[in-house]
Design a protein around this ligand. Sequence first.
Ligand code: SAH
Length: 344
Amino acid sequence: MNIKAMTLPEMTLALKELGQPAFRAKQIYTWLHKGVRSYDEMTNVSKELRSKLAQEYPFYPPEVVRRQESQRDGTIKYLWRLADGNCVETVLMRYHYGNTVCISTEVGCRMGCAFCASTLGGLVRRLEPQEMLDQVLFTQVDSGLPISHIVLMGIGEPLDNMDHVMRFLELVNSADGMNISMRHISLSTCGLVPKIRELAEKKLQLTLSVSLHAANDDTRNEIMPVNKAYPTEQLLEACRDYYKITGRRISFEYAMIHGVNDSEADARLLLKRLKGLPAHMNLIPLNHVEESPLKPSTRAAVQRFQKILEDGGVPATVRRTLGGDIDASCGQLRRKYNQEHQDR
Ligand code: SAH
């Protein structure tokens, strides 16, 4: 196992086998979770042990391939190269409540949503737990800004990589690591119903975000192929149960697409179907993706939609777009880079 994917108890065992006491494991764990780039930075560990560790447990921090900083709002977008040459994106957003990173969970995605740039090349592979952790660590190290919040809303479908995502959450939440509270973490899914049910049983304090984008099955089938496997009724049923089991209110994402899902009738149907389910709606004006004919809704349509929901008792906010000047939405930077370097 990669040493950075180990929990502290696992690392303690691994180091015991090298004849090391428990406190040493804790020192090393703390260093790794500060974002050192090599064992040589661990100044309170003997040279001998450092070279032994480098041999037995090598680790490979990601390299920054591109870094774009918004002149408008300070949003920073990173494109990282992983040890095997694949690239993923991370976005750092500076909100009043704290610095938030949006991380990727897979290289590419196999969910096929019609409006999303991340899925255009399909799924290459799932990320390892330490590759998710590294995005948080090295964004913090590079930017010099303390990270307090995480959203799993970058490239990939987190619930299609459940085991690694769960381990990542444990690592990033650990008291001897970054100690990021579960309440400061949001996990977004396109609606893998069995996995939502599995997640509910774990009773985590994180916020579950569900990418709904349409309340009507015909529309949702068209823009989100996952709906053919798990239609909206099953999905909303799973959401109701999720709330019952965890007591956590679900946050829904709704990308507003001109002429597709933004009519008054769409808003009314949505209200009807959300009845009795404590929810928060995040309305996101669609980010235009070059390869797609879909266009964002007009401002007026977004406001009308929001008002219908609010009047019906469902809190709805229009997501402020950050980093508009740096292609800061999902998958666009990786896509551009891959097209320029035709190899992946
Ligand atoms: N796979 C997960 C998380 C990654 S995407 C999911 O589907 O939820 C994070 C959010 O961005 C999702 O709600 C997704 O539907 C949305 N999204 C993707 N492409 C978009 C675009 N072009 N414009 C607006 N939102 C988009």
